[in-house]
Design a protein around this ligand. Sequence first.
Ligand SMILES: Nc1ncnc2c1ncn2[C@@H]1O[C@H](COP(=O)(O)OP(=O)(O)OP(=O)(O)O)[C@@H](O)[C@H]1O
Length: 771
Amino acid sequence: MKTAVYRNRKIVIDELNREEFQSIYIAGKRGELSCPTCKEKVQLYLGILSDPHFFHHSLPEKRCPVPGRLDTGLQPQTENHYIERNGFRIPQGRTITEENSAPVKFKTAKPIEYKVPFKQTQTNSPGSLPPYLQQLSANGVILDDSQTKAVIDTEGPLLVLAGAGSGKTRVLTCRTAFMLEAKQIDPRTIMLVTFTTKAAAEMKNRLLSYPNMKREKIQQLITGTFHSIFYRILMFHDAASWSSDKLLKKEWQRDRILKEAGKELDLSEKEFAYDLALQQIGLWKNTMLLPAEVRPASEWEEKTAILYKKYEDYKNRESLFDFDDMLIGCYQLLKTTPAILEYYQDRFQYFLIDEFQDINKVQYELIKLLSNKHKNVCAVGDDDQAIYSFRGSDPNFLLEFEMDFHSSKTVTLEQNYRSSHEIVSAANQVISANKLRKAKKMQAQFSSVEMPLIFFPFDEEEEATMIVTDISERIANGANPADFAILYRTNAASRAVFERLARSNLPFKIDMDAEAFYDRYIIRCALAFLKVSLNEEDPNSMTEILPLLFLKQSALKDMKALSILQDCSLLEALMHLKTSHAFQEKKLKKAVPLIRALKTLTPAKAIEKIEKEIGFLDFLKKRGNEANQIEKGSDDLKDLKVAAKSFDTIDVFLEHAEHMAAMNKEIKNLSKHFRDAITLSTIHRAKGLEYKYVYLLGAVDGSLPHDYALETSRNGDFSGLEEERRLFYVAMTRAQEGLYLSIPDNRRGKKANRSRFLAPLLKISKKAKFQ
Ligand SMILES: Nc1ncnc2c1ncn2[C@@H]1O[C@H](COP(=O)(O)OP(=O)(O)OP(=O)(O)O)[C@@H](O)[C@H]1O
């Protein structure tokens, strides 16, 4: 049904402006839409699989005949909407430019066609298996030929180049079991390194389920992350220096040291991106660059390098250490104490390393050092899934494995057991555009009736609505909420979808350490302006905005005194504040009426005013190094404007923000108890995981690839773009049966261009018939 009645007017979907869909959808949810024929309440369907239409609530769904215009007794929307101005007929409530262009049509979701037809491949030949693998196979742990090779070839260096979903975990666990059972290797000589502690625990659990695996033996294996294993070594040799109370566990602890050091350089907290500096220092440390060895490439790096030196000096003075020091410390211990090195070279005879593509220099050097005697290193990784270069990881260690580990063999795992042929073909198409990679083509084991789809929401709000509609429908039809993952490039991008899910009754979980959107520093500051506008005596919000007015926190005390002396509000006290700059005083005098007037505006307009007229953007620019930030403050403001668009008044918007920040905390607490819940996650966090249905948000340039990679590619450095493409690939290959890529027409309030990574897929789809 294409027609409904809204506020006594007939509305026809095809005549609506594209950006009105979301508000009509919300009106339907509020019960404000009705059927022109039977007058019952209707809602707007805004999903992925069908085009928008109005529907009745009744089950089975009622289908009313659409009345002619006169039958309803109502005026159609178009005739109601024009007014006469200067002799022109102008649409009421809309701008001329909007109406001059024909209403943008809703674009139906497009299937991604594939070039190569599905062919079932013969994967295993059980007859020729060693007895223990036959036993495993009889227990349902089947290995294909390449996996078998990777399992039984236990001596010498081996690189297992494993495509996505090719069973890396299965190979690693079977290889360990094979070494223990078939080769009777002492578990204490085997080191199994995983990317996360959780992965190590899962592997041990899986091992326990294999035939003849004894708990005592498994417990003797040296398993864990690089950090946990090498920390144990340090503790064994020098427990006093490395005791855990000296560890800088939390980011805020390191942040505080850096900020203290920054004071000596007069680097204001508000003008210098300390979070990035901390990341950069970690990167230098992981690439084994000591402060004296750093060659800064920019003014910002120069300052960061000075902070690096001060940070290290402070730690040494106070006998503290951070996580990166564990690896560097262990390397130094082994390098400088030949007896200890020899002891461990004899002790560790077999190395199994998962996620080898994300290894960094210090980790690599440690493994080279320790394995130098026995040389039994099995490195398992996928260069196409290297996504941590910002932390110092370097896929070249995988690509150049053969050079460092002479006479090494390589086994390539290309069978993909996770995803349908349709998804695998699309992912192959995308990743093959990367130049720096080992060529491999994944082959799927099954074909699905569902084609991967590209869909085209108007903006982030509609994107969230369409996805949540789709998930709700599938859950209503029997799917488990745990089957679904919604993936995004940066945490900030999850705002709309979080809000939509929070208002639904669907269970969902999000990363524990992802800061709630409304708790982000920049967002809090922007909202503080709105709060001060409503309440001129609000000291907490005033505290938040002082730095944005380039005032120190001590100004608040003066303002409080001034407000008593001058008998004025705290806000108005700004007008009487004496600073050492006449120019600044003039600016403050101007700011007061501007802030005061915000309350008369819609939230979206008010934020625009804060941004442009009150100087928020200037502040952000001064904050430093914006171009390199993964999550830029100015982007936060744009996101906030999109969120604000759905609200008419500031108080309702502020209430919503407060509610959502509280919900965020609640969901995080509840998540621990949810077993069956929809996953909201960054792509980075979804690495190694799999879901039946995956939705990827914002497949547009600027989001994926991220702006920073586009920026560096303009200067001729394409490594960032290649890493972004790998992220895209990781996201696609998490899906088993359904993959839905979203290309919003608008992002952060501006027209968006579809992600350049989609080009090979759209070329194929052009030939396909649209559904
Ligand atoms: N030989 C096999 N036959 C059938 N299923 C298999 C086989 N090997 C692995 N699988 C299944 O394939 C899926 C993917 O395996 P796994 O998660 O180990 O892949 P992966 O290589 O670690 O993936 P990624 O690198 O993309 O995270 C799992 O569900 C696993 O049980």
